[in-house]
Design a protein around this ligand. Structure first.
Ligand code: MSP
Length: 511
């Protein structure tokens, strides 16, 4: 038990969020719920990145102030996360007062350290990446990621001595094995550092949208330097010292694999320069495509998280995207696969299992939880399978291997389904073997309880329905996991309530 401070990347506000952005927020919410269930005192922060050139230009085109434009866009993000059951503690906006103060405080520290100097910059800039690109990276003058024409920028800027931090960052990566995960991302970063880091420009002179540099108000802070600082802003860097000491360093930054350079090189260097401890772990997840193509609003190839949550339920969306995204690779979302998984995994395997167990208990045990009348070897075997897989699940969850942890829970679903078929409670009932019948149903009810606890971080709505069906109220105080892990804790004689179909079968539908 301890504190757990968890963050996601903050999204650009110039387009509403799609299911790719949602994956990251769901993934973080699953981890947050799990840590809380383990008894940790968690703090989960997400939000939006507002000071981008894209926002400035779009607002101008609409004859709005950038702030007005952002105010109009923000509710779409909050609604999307709400529709997926994402329970964050702070939704940070980079226009928030405490964040602005925090950026200024951090930059002043770095400036005072002597790590910031003024120089001229010329280069190709991609507005969508909000970064300078090497000429050799461009394809026919366009950014290879966004297929957008790069712009030639030339101006006097402030620079950060990033080149001076290569050794220190490498040293940290080598010492803290889990600092950058998965391994492939870590190796990419090591190669980039070894090939030589250059100082980076950290301010812009040209646009009037951004946070003023504390030591030169004529320039605004480069959007990435501004955005990265959100992680310490939300922890209270500019305000309450005690709170900052309690929360920082972050235990986990969940980000996409496209922005590892910023998080694994620039961010640690800024913190090192300012004498602030480094985050403990960065998990860079893979990318989601839709039917084989990049997910993008401009190319009309995207899924609105709110629409899919309304059609299938938030649990089903959470289940699918987490299940399908491997720990260290990308995933392709297809509608066929989504409905196939829904109907086989959720409606058949899990939904049927839970309604079957509860209705058998209602029918054969008079609506009550039976005890173990003649506990035997078979019952111990059942228990051992459940406890063994729970331990395995816990190790995987601790390591952010969410899809594999779900597989563990699913092994239990399959095991329990098979147990129903082999033990045939209906036959035991017919034959009047009531002692044996009680044992079988007791095992199944306990099993269902454990499965619902393991699935809680992923599918909280379904788990709550099952807990209601089992007549239990897991407390939040000690953490659902610590309270619910011991085997055999269902109260004998406790009332059972049927849940109905948790995942009713659905027709395939494309939204
Ligand atoms: N604003 C920056 C992040 C600053 S963090 C200090 C940014 N914004 S973004 O809107 O482009 O992306 C936000 C997050 O969503 C990133 O972690 C990004 O990798 C993730 N994703 C965006 N599209 C995605 C998919 N198609 N699939 C999975 N994750 C995706 O970058």
């Amino acid at each position: 038990m301890g504190k757990f401070y968890l963050t996601t990347a903050i999204d650009y506000v110039n387009a509403p969020p799609h299911l790719g952005h949602a994956y990251e927020k769901v993934c973080a919410d699953v981890i947050n719920r799990y840590r809380k269930a383990m008894g940790d005192n968690t703090f989960f922060c997400t939000g939006v990145d507002e000071h981008s050139l894209n926002v400035y230009r779009q607002a101008k085109a609409k004859n709005m102030s950038p702030r007005q434009y952002c105010d109009e866009m923000v509710p779409a993000f909050k609604l999307a996360w709400q529709s997926l059951g994402i329970e964050y503690d702070r939704f940070i906006r980079t226009t928030d007062e405490d964040h602005i103060a925090s950026v200024k405080k951090l930059l002043q520290k770095i400036y005072d350290k002597g790590d910031i100097y003024k120089d001229k910059y010329k280069g190709w800039y991609c507005v969508s990446c909000e970064a300078y690109l090497q000429e050799s990276d461009l394809i026919e003058g366009k950014c290879p990621i966004h297929n957008r024409k790069a712009e030639w920028l030339e101006e006097e800027n402030y620079f950060f001595r990033l080149s001076g931090y290569s050794e220190k960052i490498l040293d940290h990566i080598n010492k803290c094995g889990n600092f950058i995960t998965p391994e492939a991302r870590k190796n990419e970063i090591i190669n980039i550092i070894k090939s030589g880091l250059q100082d980076i420009s950290i301010s812009r002179a040209s646009e009037g949208w951004g946070i003023e540099l504390p030591f030169d108000p004529a320039q605004t802070v480069y959007v990435w330097i501004d955005a990265l600082t959100n992680y310490i802003s939300a922890a209270g860097f500019s305000g309450d010292k005690r709170r900052f000491k309690e929360l920082w360093p972050a235990d986990l930054h969940v980000i996409g694999k496209d922005i590892t350079r910023f998080h694994c090189i620039i961010w640690p260097a800024m913190l090192l320069s300012a004498g602030i401890s480094l985050p403990l772990r960065i998990y860079a997840h893979g990318f989601m495509t839709l039917e084989g193509r990049k997910m993008s609003k401009t190319e009309n190839n995207f899924i609105d998280p709110k629409n899919i949550a309304e059609a299938a339920g938030s649990d089903a969306v959470r289940y699918f995207i987490v299940k399908e995204m491997p720990y260290d690779d990308d995933m392709d979302f297809t509608w066929d696969r989504f409905w196939l998984r829904y109907n086989t995994h959720l409606a058949n395997d899990f939904g049927n299992l839970s309604s079957r167990i509860l209705s058998m208990a209602e029918k054969y045990c008079g609506n009550r939880i039976p005890g173990f009348s003649e506990r035997g070897k078979e019952d111990d075997e059942f228990k051992n399978v459940f406890c063994g897989l729970t331990d395995k699940y816990q190790k995987l969850m601790d390591d952010c291997r969410l899809s594999s942890a779900l597989d563990c829970a699913w092994e239990l679903v399959a095991f329990a389904n098979k147990y129903v078929e082999t033990s045939q409670p209906w036959k035991l009932h017919k034959a009047g073997q009531n002692g044996k019948l009680d044992n079988v149903l007791r095992n199944l009810l306990e099993g269902l309880r454990v499965i619902s606890v393991l699935l809680y971080p992923f599918m909280p709505v379904a788990s709550h329905k099952i807990w209601k069906g089992l007549g239990i109220k897991p407390g939040e105080k000690q953490g659902i996991f610590s309270e619910m892990k011991p085997w055999g804790i269902l109260p004998e004689g406790g009332m059972i309530e049927k849940t109905g179909m948790i995942f009713p079968r659905k027709e395939k539908d494309k939204l």
